[in-house]
Design a binder for this molecule. Sequence first.
Ligand code: ZN
Length: 107
Amino acid sequence: MAVRKDKITPPPAKPYETTVGTTCDICGHTVDYDAAGDHHEGDRHGWTRDSYDIAAVVMKHQTGSSYPEGTTVESSIFDVCPKCWEKVIVPFMATHGAKPREEEIDY
Ligand SMILES: [Zn+2]
């Protein structure tokens, strides 16, 4: 029995966008993510270069609709570094009587 072979030409790679860094909208502090893509849009640990540390700030307002046929979400996002979270956002919210809700996750 002989093995039959075909030549397969893979399709050309398609360009795509990926997050390569973040700049704080308040102080301008910039962090570049490593080329290996250890940091992704959804899990911004990227305010530190140590891959074992987590320093994420999420300030996002989302609106939209979700039906069985599909979901549409529009987001309004501020990129804020941990220092500005502590020095600008938390004090600003305190002027309105708000304190951050504290949570801890272990796994
Ligand atoms: Zn900042």
